[in-house]
Design a protein around this ligand. Sequence first.
Ligand code: GRF
Length: 214
Amino acid sequence: MRPFRLGVLVSGEGSNLQAILDSVHGREGVEVACVGASRPDAGALERARDAGVPTGVFAASDHPDRAARDEALAEFLTAHDVDLVVLAGFMELLEPAFVRRFEGSMINVHPSLLPAFRGLRAIERALEYGVRVTGVTVHFVDEGVDTGPILAQEAIELPYAQDIARVEERVHAVEHRLLPEAIRLIARGDVRIEPAEPGSRRRVILEGDASDER
Ligand code: GRF
């Protein structure tokens, strides 16, 4: 049977990519087909090469504008015939045309309990705000910033005066479990997005979700 193919997009260290390579790649019919980076110095590229996964670098500065960069990135993903695009610490905005092309087939991991602390520096801002609970969200990507339908969330309690490095460590540990689990659910066909209804948000329905109509 043809494997379920992932295209993983990265900008940094790639610890989430590593978690995917270690716990999803080559198992249960799922494989990482390619890794695209927004920077040539992303540590994630080396992790991909070590795993024998094809890589590409798509720096905005190498293209006339972001639309051209995103077009090249979309072609790369399409050439590798990916079923799901995974933003695993991809730290740049994507053009609406790119998002529309992969909508429903693209997920992101975000280090907060959305809809709280959308955007950059989510962990720092949660700490500064003094929330007692934060967490990790995996969501489908839509044209907003961290606004798409939520697939998986896990909370993390946050006592006062936590050291930021320690909190980041805890958040990452949760990400490394939640993102692979979300990918497995999608690959198994256990995830649906509600059809769009005028004026209402689209939500994710997981196989086995209980109906409240009893
Ligand atoms: C993760 O915390 C992710 O939530 C955020 O960027 C970080 C990426 O880390 N968007 P890594 O590159 O996977 O190590």
